[in-house]
Design a protein around this ligand. Structure first.
Ligand code: FES
Ligand SMILES: [Fe+2]
Length: 364
């Protein structure tokens, strides 16, 4: 009857009310940080892509020299949408409405009538970086410049990333919490015997932890195989994290990205990617893989790896889409370091108090 004690029942009521009011979390929908808006190969030279990010319309474009830029979607002249008929001219983007052009810093370089450019015609650009084939953008609620950078991975000896994309109703803090939520590993994913190899460690915006999981699975054409996998979680803010996974049985090292990006305050995009360290000999994983050209074998291994992780990820979707956020949670022995993770997350909401008072005003 613990859940009927005063403290617990009031927590439940507060959280349920939050969900019925349409927004399920006691923190803002848009935390500061680096977020993925696409894969590099989706954006060819001269191409413009429209996205909704943090409830704002933006465009991603690649200039003739290959530079990747993210800007507001609407032209500062008279509001034309750059993603609907805009074009790339050299190192500029040209608006389809009156032909004004803007360089990669957002400065207007010419009007459509060869007249003097208006000083106020500045297109807002967002801090952007292309890292390991990921198109990353930085968001800060007060427009501050990035205070940290996402790390660049050495891609030597790693296969090129296999990629997937999903859209679900959740929040980046919730999806990242998954990696420290040990209690759900056996229930949702069928993993057993979680062993902690390294406790959660926080250093500023970086969070790290290491653990071992076991699971019986059908992998690489071998059914009923018991897998022991070491997971090392690296989190750089709520939009950029990856897991290094070592499967001893196959001497296989993989790197898996699960990148949650807020769209509109309700939905998020999850970009998922996997690559495999080519130290492993394909024939050691399965004899048949040793019979085909190694580049094909690595491609198959990478795709199979991504599929395995995406299947795991998909098992969480229903939970994420329907859960509410319990604060404080009723933790038990067997749960992971949820409280430490949540404490780490607070730094990404410099606008928390302002957001809370805005909500109070809105709800009267
Ligand atoms: S609205 Fe873009 S050039 Fe006029
Ligand atoms: Fe999960």
């Amino acid at each position: 009857m613990d859940d009927l004690t005063g403290a617990n029942s009031s927590t439940m009521v507060v959280s349920t009310m939050a969900s019925l009011s349409g927004y399920r979390y006691p923190f803002p929908p848009f935390p500061a940080g680096w977020y993925c808006l696409g894969f590099g190969n989706e954006l060819a030279v001269g191409q413009i892509i429209s996205r909704v990010f943090m409830a704002e319309e933006v465009v991603l474009f690649r200039t003739q020299s290959g530079e990747f830029v993210i800007s507001d979607a609407h032209c500062p002249h008279l509001g034309g949408h750059l993603g609907k008929g805009g074009t790339i001219e050299g190192e500029t983007i040209r608006c389809p409405f009156h032909g004004f052009c803007f360089n990669t810093q957002g400065e207007c370089t010419k009007t459509g009538y060869d007249t003097k450019t208006p000083p106020k015609a500045i297109l807002r650009t967002w801090p952007a970086r292309e890292v390991n084939g990921l198109l990353m953008v930085y968001y800060h609620p007060y427009g501050e410049a990035p205070s940290w950078d996402v790390p660049v991975h050495d891609e030597n000896n790693w296969t090129s990333m296999a990629r997937e994309k999903f859209e679900i109703g959740s929040h980046p803090q919730e999806t990242s919490e998954n990696s420290v939520d040990f209690g759900h590993f056996p229930i949702v994913h069928g993993y057993t015997d979680t062993e902690v190899l390294a406790n959660l460690h926080v250093d500023g915006t970086y969070l790290n932890g290491k653990y071992v999981l076991h699971r019986e699975a059908d992998v690489f054409l071998q059914s009923g195989t018991t897998i022991r996998a070491e997971f090392e979680v690296h989190v750089w803010g709520l939009g950029y994290s990856w897991v290094d996974v070592f499967v001893e049985k196959f001497n296989l090292r993989t790197r898996v990205f699960v990148l949650a990006t807020p769209i509109d305050g309700e939905k998020i995009t999850i970009h998922s990617g996997a690559s495999v360290c080519t130290d492993v000999k394909p024939g050691d994983i399965h004899w048949a893989l040793g019979l085909i050209p190694s580049q094909w074998a690595y491609k198959l291994i990478t795709k199979a790896t991504l599929k395995g992780y995406c299947d795991d990820l998909a098992a969480d979707f229903d939970i994420w889409e329907n859960k509410i956020y319990i604060d404080p949670p009723a933790l038990a022995k067997g749960d992971g370091p949820i409280a430490a993770y949540r404490k780490y997350c607070r730094q990404f909401y410099p606008h928390l108090e302002e957001w809370k008072s805005g909500r109070q005003l809105a709800t009267g």
